[in-house]
Design a protein around this ligand. Structure first.
Ligand code: FAD
Length: 420
């Protein structure tokens, strides 16, 4: 395990970065050789934020948050992984064309994928006309696959299409190349953050920008700084978990229009693993939005990883710990047969909505509010700067989008500081 360079809270720095997720780490790396003093203030006892890898069992690595290096040919974490000697896996993801067993036969799958592709074509057409209505208006009325297309939206956006802006959804850049790192995306982030000055267990509560120097109140004490770079998830800004003085209503409003949708994962140990294919996908033609999708034996490991999104994920989280695993085992047994009940054992499940420092999984813009990413990203008064996945114009909701936004904001900070 890589250890981050932990420091206690100094009384004053040139630049304070709030949050040690991908954005905060990207920002800190961009400041490393600037000659400016800086520190990353992180509420948790670890770096990575929504990037977090756990060893779920001795032979099972589990990315509880991000796992895929999306748009890999444009993903800045690929180079970082290579530089840190992380093995990159380029196998095709299983989620589009594959489905194990007979629960979702080829012919039906082809029909579903055709309907989904047509939905995306209609949405792109609407976006070109500048329409910022709910993406659900691009569904073909009466199409039998609509509930499952909505389920895909809950995986991609963390929200059903009625909550998603057409313009925003269409602005996402997907180059269709998705890679992974064998040791986990969260492990990669921890290694990336290893040499940075960090104050862990440091919960920021107030950013006072009423005087010439900024004053930051935290659970570890108060810090004075010239510039602050905020990278916390939108839901925390919208809920005013971090307050600004004077208040910044424009930021709170923008953040509330870019809420974090919900995606949750569950990891199940699998007995007699050889029975199921490596890197397979399991899902049924349920005709419902409330469904899981299952990755069989990722990296050939003896396990099944389930994925849930949107209102259904929220309802399962609200049922309490273990509900996602219990539902998954029921659903898998209903597809593959009751024998699988005894072969599957819950190892770990995420509860991102209940995580106080995330309060959700990744951002989407509400209909009519695709412009809010730029509003959230804009600096205030040459002293307050904003990064995080939600501020990315085209790679929002991703780890690399977050990292790149941190770098962008760090450059904005330095541009406001006199050269030495
Ligand atoms: C289940 C799931 C699956 C995902 N899958 C993928 C994927 O496959 N590929 C992909 O690219 N992305 C994926 N993502 C999204 C990706 O993880 C995020 O977009 C990205 O990690 C966000 O980085 P960030 O720096 O913007 O925010 P965060 O990672 O949330 O970092 C913000 C940091 O701020 C800290 N913080 C919060 N409040 C305070 C406070 N008051 N004081 C101090 N610190 C505070 C938090 O603890 C956190 O460390 C997934 C996310 C989830 C949840």
């Amino acid at each position: 395990m890589t250890r981050s360079k932990k420091v206690s809270l100094p009384s004053s720095v040139d630049i304070a970065i709030i949050g040690a997720g991908a954005a905060g780490l990207g920002a800190a790396h961009a400041l490393k050789d600037s000659g400016r003093s800086f520190i990353v203030l992180e509420a948790r006892d670890r770096v990575g934020g929504r990037g977090h890898t756990v060893i779920a069992a001795p032979d099972i690595v589990f990315d509880v948050g991000c796992g895929w290096l999306h748009s890999a040919n444009q993903n800045s974490f690929v180079k970082i992984a290579e530089g840190l000697n992380f093995e990159i896996n380029k196998d095709l993801p299983p989620w589009r064309d594959r489905a194990y067993g007979n629960a979702f036969p080829r012919e039906q799958r082809d029909d579903f994928i055709r309907s989904m592709d047509e939905f995306f074509v209609r949405m792109h057409g609407a976006a070109k006309l500048g329409m910022d209505a709910p993406a659900s208006t691009c569904l073909e009325p009466g199409n039998r696959w609509n509930p499952m297309i909505d389920a895909i939206s809950t995986y991609i956006n963390g929200a059903e299409l009625d909550r998603v802006s057409i313009l925003d959804f269409d602005a996402y850049e997907d180059t269709s190349l998705n890679w992974r790192v064998r040791r986990g995306y969260g492990t990669l982030m921890a290694a990336y953050g290893a040499t940075l000055p960090l104050a862990l267990n440091c919960v920021v509560t107030l950013i006072d920008h009423s005087a010439k120097r900024l004053r930051i109140e935290t659970s570890l004490g108060t810090l004075a700084t010239d510039k602050v770079l905020v990278t916390v998830p939108t839901n925390l800004i919208a809920d005013e978990a971090i307050r600004f003085h004077p208040a910044l209503p424009e930021k709170v409003d923008a953040a509330s229009k870019l809420p974090l949708g919900l995606a949750d994962k569950v990891m199940l140990a699998l007995e007699d693993a050889e029975q199921l294919p490596k890197e397979g996908n399991l899902r049924a033609a349920t005709m419902r939005t409330e469904m899981g999708t299952y990755h069989l034996r990722p990296f050939g490991q003896p396990c099944v990883e389930g994925f849930f999104g949107g209102r259904f994920a929220r309802a399962l989280e609200d049922e309490g710990r273990g509900a996602i695993a219990a539902y998954s085992i029921d659903e898998i047994a209903s597809i593959l047969g009751n024998d699988f009940r005894r072969k599957l054992k819950p190892l770990k499940e995420s509860r991102w909505a209940h995580d106080p420092f995330a309060r959700g999984s990744y951002s989407h813009a509400l209909p009519g509010h695709a412009d809010k990413r730029a509003v959230l990203a804009a600096p205030v008064d040459g002293r307050l700067f904003f990064a995080g996945e939600a501020t990315s114009a085209h790679f929002f909701s991703t780890a690399h989008g977050a990292r790149d936004s941190g770098e962008r904001a760090a450059k904005e900070v330095l541009a406001e500081m006199p050269t030495r």
